[in-house]
Design a protein around this ligand. Sequence first.
Ligand code: ATP
Length: 250
Amino acid sequence: MIKIKDISKSFDDKVVLESISGEFQKGKCNLIIGSSGTGKSVLLKCIVGLIAVDGGKVFYDMRNFSDADHDMKAEIRREIGMLFQGGALFDSKTVEKNVMFPLDILTKMKPDEKIDRVNFCLKRVGLENVGKKMPSEISGGMKKRVGIARAIVNNPAYLFCDEPNSGLDPQTSILIDELIQDITYELNTTTIVVTHDMNSVMGMGDNIMYLYKGHKLWEGSKDDVTHSGVRELDDFVFANKVMSALRDKL
Ligand SMILES: Nc1ncnc2c1ncn2[C@@H]1O[C@H](COP(=O)(O)OP(=O)(O)OP(=O)(O)O)[C@@H](O)[C@H]1O
């Protein structure tokens, strides 16, 4: 479980996050949703420690990450798997080497053990026999799967996914969402997904935090998101034409 308390962040005069608190549950897909530019990615980066917060604290299973010393931070970081927006694969490395990268830098595993673990993870994401290919030789959906394999290769307790569906067609997006969901339940990870895709919200939103202009306006689950009573959230949810057509039937 990850807990955040009063997270605030500004860039120069621009306030991007204002006193955001909340909990992200273990073994669940926790979504941070909201319109473009509302602070979702910045919040995720604050939680991971890629951006320094102006105020507030982040706790990983009761461990105070914000005030932790170097060793404790390194220990927590080793427990994090991250699927970056756009995949962020190394173009000059094979798929196998991309997935192995966290094991190379974070573990002392033997070469054979690393290969076994990489092959296991590639198989888990439905990608057998592509280990020797270069990223340029595989599709966008396959690249996301490689990114997921890399994110889970070191058996993370925490899994972060920033816009996992960006650039994918709707069907592939659903498959990627389902994969993230299945892995979350299998590995019992505390998973945080940043998205503005309503299909993802309705498919995988166990817990949802809705951000609006740097404020948390609502939290709940996919079962409640369509009748929150929050006007800004309604505007976001029903901006989608399919959702809008369904609104009258709800
Ligand atoms: N390093 C930075 N320096 C200055 N401003 C930044 C920086 N990173 C983000 N911002 C600003 O913070 C605001 C929130 O950005 P953020 O990337 O969190 O939005 P988002 O909700 O994830 O949007 P999207 O869905 O489009 O990715 C934006 O106005 C952005 O320009």
